[in-house]
Design a protein around this ligand. Sequence first.
Ligand code: A3P
Ligand code: MG
Ligand code: MG
Length: 384
Amino acid sequence: AKVGRFSLAAPRQRTDTGIPFVLPISPSLYEGPFPFAWHPVEVGHFSLDAQRCYCGDDHQLCYYAPPSSSIPFPRFDLLDGYHDRYVPWNEGLREGLGKVLKWIAQNNKQLQDKEKRQPLNVDYVTLRGHLTKVLTTPYETRQGWQLAVSLFCGTLYLSEIVPEAVRRQRKQCSERAKQQTYMGYKFEKYMCADTQNGTPDPSAVVNTHEAFCTVIQVQMGSHSLLFSAEVDCTDPQSPWPDPPGCYMELKTTRAMQSCAHRRNFYKYKMIKWWAQSFLSGVPRIVVGYRDDMDSVVELKTIKTASIPKTAKKLIGEEQNCWKAKVCMNFFVSFLDFVKKVVTTDDPKLVHLFEWEPEGPVSYTVHRDSEYTFLPEWYVKAIKR
Ligand code: A3P
Ligand code: MG
Ligand code: MG
């Protein structure tokens, strides 16, 4: 049952104990300098097989194998196999934090804090995708989010709730949108090999359930975070041989003909690409530009760290260009907010943080409700 609601309608901004009810999102409030260095460290990895089953190994890791630059660029037909070699995402799957919890349960000796007697020596556990949404919130104008948070044995767990209406929308998306989703995955098949010295096999089945995931830990001021992130491939020739520096993100987008198109791309899409790769310390993004025939006709490697500067140059400050420091300051404020609000250690108590464009972040409190998300097997495994 819901035990309380705190939202914008609340007449006061703080409770008597000084805990804020809401967190505003206006970018102008977060203009201070970049708050903390962000040095993501890989502490582990796992694979998800064709049936989306967890394996504590790296067998799903792919190796970056771009076409030789000495021969003319081959057109990559991104719709090849769409009808006969495609296993689309099972929309019925609700795995939540399941996979990263499995990794923690199997590796938690290395994460224990014996002095504090805490089974898991981190403040927050979540998925990279959830953090990407938080990081870009000050500039998001379309899609809100809901994050369920539980405090358990001293660690805050953050898990996204996808409302039923959004799930329905996803299921009913257009044929074209389905094709576009396929094309992103198909690009990976043209660019990556299964083995270190192998060559790509574009005749292989595209199975969206297969993945290699890195487990990242970051210390940021007084906050420590642990999250998993799906990795597209590793570059055996990377100048930064250690993970996550050797990882590469692959992306596809329409080839751009006009300055206006490029500006829009940097304003709305690139912020998401930047946030995703920045959070997990992936230094380079390889972009496949596709033409009107849905073939990749050009490749370009972009340095993640250079994206905010390029955005500023293209969009211009007076045009409300997004800023990395605003994203980061908001991000830290959100983590502070969650830590202040959620103080009762109970895996069945959920604080649901909600945000819709234009409004502030607010929260509601739920005990033993449909929002409870920490599985019993995990609670038992950690308490042992
Ligand atoms: P593109 O980003 O090239 O379109 P990721 O880029 O994060 O590795 O994801 C791989 C591909 O999965 C994406 O390729 C896209 O096709 C698909 N994808 C990821 N997130 C999606 C979403 N929210 N909706 C639809 N497709 C998505
Ligand atoms: Mg990916
Ligand atoms: Mg990708």
